[in-house]
Design a protein around this ligand. Structure first.
Ligand SMILES: [Zn+2]
Length: 244
C-alpha cells in the first residue's frame, strides 16, 4: 500500500477526495487515518507537517499531526460527529491553507537566501527549520552582522524579479550532474534515493528538496533577515521572516 502524494502533483492543492485504507481508533476521541491519496505534507526536510480537516459521513477529523509510516501518510486528530471512519469510505480533505501557504512562502524564502549566500560566500546549506513566524537556516560560512543588509537586499531583488521556480525529478546520476552546474552536491540526506527532486530558480541556483514551494519568487513577499548566530566550526545560523 502507498499513499499517492498529491502535494507533489500540485503544490497548490488545498482540497481533495480520497479513500480510507486504514482506520485506527487511538482512544480519547483520537483517530489515525491512512488514505490512498493525500495533499497533507507529512513533514520533512525542515518543513513542518500540514494541519486541516478530513470529513466523512457524519464525522469530521481535525487533523493536528501528520507523518509518514513507510509509504503511507498517517493523519492523526480528534474525531467529532455521530459517524466513524471506515475503510473503503471516501473522505473530503481540506488543508489549513493560510498556514500551508505561509510555510510555502517561507520555504521559498529559504531557497532564495540560500542562493544569495551561495553567491556571496560559496557556502552550503547545513540544515534548518521552517516555521510560521521565524525560520532559520545554517550555512557553512562565517557570516558577519555587517553582511546581513546586503544578503537581505539581494534576496529581495530576487523576490522582486518574479522568477519561476521549476521542479525536476531526476535519476541520481543526472541529478548529480545537474546540481554540479550550480556547484551544489548531494549530502547524506539523499543517500539511497534513486530519484532526486530538485528545485531550481532558473539561472540562479538549484537545491535537492522534498518540500512545497510557491512557483514564483514574487509570491514570497518581502524577506527580512533578523539576525545571525555563530554555531561554531565555521557554521552561521541565519534567522529570517517574511512579511505577513
Ligand atoms: Zn525546498
Amino acid at each position: 500500500m502507498v499513499t499517492r502524494k498529491l502535494y507533489y502533483e500540485d503544490q497548490y492543492m488545498r482540497e481533495f477526495k480520497a479513500r480510507i485504507i486504514r482506520s485506527d481508533d487511538l482512544g480519547n476521541k483520537r483517530w489515525a487515518l491512512v488514505l490512498d491519496a493525500s495533499a497533507f505534507y507529512p513533514g520533512g526536510g525542515g518543513q513542518p507537517y500540514d494541519t486541516g480537516v478530513l470529513e466523512g459521513e457524519n464525522w469530521v477529523l481535525s487533523v493536528d499531526k501528520v507523518y509518514m509510516d513507510n509509504d503511507l501518510i498517517v493523519h492523526e486528530g480528534v474525531l467529532e460527529g455521530s459517524g466513524k471512519p471506515v475503510v473503503g469510505q471516501m473522505v473530503y480533505g481540506r488543508l489549513d491553507w493560510d498556514r500551508r501557504y505561509r510555510i510555502m512562502r517561507m520555504h521559498t524564502a529559504a531557497h532564495i537566501i540560500g542562493c544569495v549566500i551561495k553567491k556571496m560566500f560559496n557556502a552550503d546549506f547545513h540544515g534548518g527549520a521552517i516555521n510560521i513566524d521565524v525560520s532559520y537556516d545554517d550555512y557553512t560560512a562565517r557570516i558577519k552582522r555587517d553582511d546581513l543588509p546586503e544578503i537581505e537586499r539581494r534576496a529581495n531583488e530576487i523576490v522582486e524579479a518574479g522568477l519561476s521556480h521549476i521542479v525536476h525529478w531526476m535519476p541520481r546520476d543526472k541529478a548529480i550532474e545537474f546540481l554540479a552546474k550550480y556547484n551544489v552536491a548531494l549530502t547524506q540526506l539523499h543517500e539511497g534515493l534513486e530519484t532526486i527532486r530538485i528545485l531550481e530558480i532558473k539561472g540562479l541556483c538549484a537545491y535537492p528538496c522534498g518540500g512545497t514551494h510557491v512557483s514564483n519568487t514574487k509570491e514570497v513577499g518581502r524577506i527580512k533577515i533578523l539576525k545571525r548566530e555563530s554555531k561554531g566550526r565555521g557554521i552561521t545560523r541565519i534567522r529570517y521572516t517574511i512579511e505577513p
